[in-house]
Design a protein around this ligand. Sequence first.
Ligand code: SF4
Ligand code: SF4
Length: 306
Amino acid sequence: MDQDIPAVTGFGNCTGCAVCLLTCPVWRRTHDVLMTNCGRTRSLQAGAVPEDLEASAEACLFCGACAAVCPSGVDTLSLTAALRAALSSKRKAAERRRCETSFAYAGRTVLLPGPDLRADALLLEKLALLLGAAVPPGDELPDLAADLDAGLRAAPEELRAATAAADGASAFVAAEGFALRHLRKWFPALPSKGLGEALLGSCRGGLRHGDLYVVDARAFNSDRGRLVRFYDAMRQETGCTLSISLQRAAIPAGPARGTPSADSKAQARWVLDHFRPRRIVVEAPSELGLYRMVAGVPVLHLGELA
Ligand code: SF4
Ligand code: SF4
């Protein structure tokens, strides 16, 4: 691990307008401004240090809704990642597997499943077939992205190895939307899409009026300016309802990966109370199990509509 931790910067432009609170699931749950991006930026402006903001930085779901709506263009995700990086330097550095294998899938779309989709072998196989995509044997790139979001920094040779391993791929589809902003940075010449955007071409015919379509907030908010039009067209065509707020930011429920917490279940119940769907169709594999736990209506993954 590179111990050269970047300075926490980029908070100076925050005006404290609190627009980002309106879309933040942590604000909705806690009503504690200090736990939000607004609280972090204003605290940093007032001289707070990363250690003062540890609980706040850890609470963030990295959904990107605040960045999507901020009128001052504050790069909220980079700011929170820098806070976590500063804090992680004080902890025991985590070991990470090196990216040792080559994808060797020249010219093919590569589906990066992440652990939640990889755990559902049938769904993974179906989605890979639908996308005509190759699936790498390991999760090095999503793992690298997750570590960066957790505040751990990649050593330069790790990034070089990951880039070399992906050499020859023609496009990426990421089942974990949080990996997208990293993929776009690492592979600027290659198209990188979220699972929903990649699958909607073949699956949108199965959507209908009364469905709640749960957008992967991390994928959507990472490219909201373009995707808001894409999803609006899909909504008008199919008659489904989208899990998008009045501020046109996608509403997250589950964690980016792993086991849903009690907070995630409460957030998902709030989404369901708000929309009252007859059926739920989700994009993010990490949210499939969550909605199945709390919804009293059928819950499907988008790929199951094909
Ligand atoms: S981060 Fe942006 S939206 Fe949030 S309080 Fe600051 S200026 Fe307003
Ligand atoms: S990324 Fe999501 S959870 Fe984190 S502060 Fe922004 S809106 Fe809140």
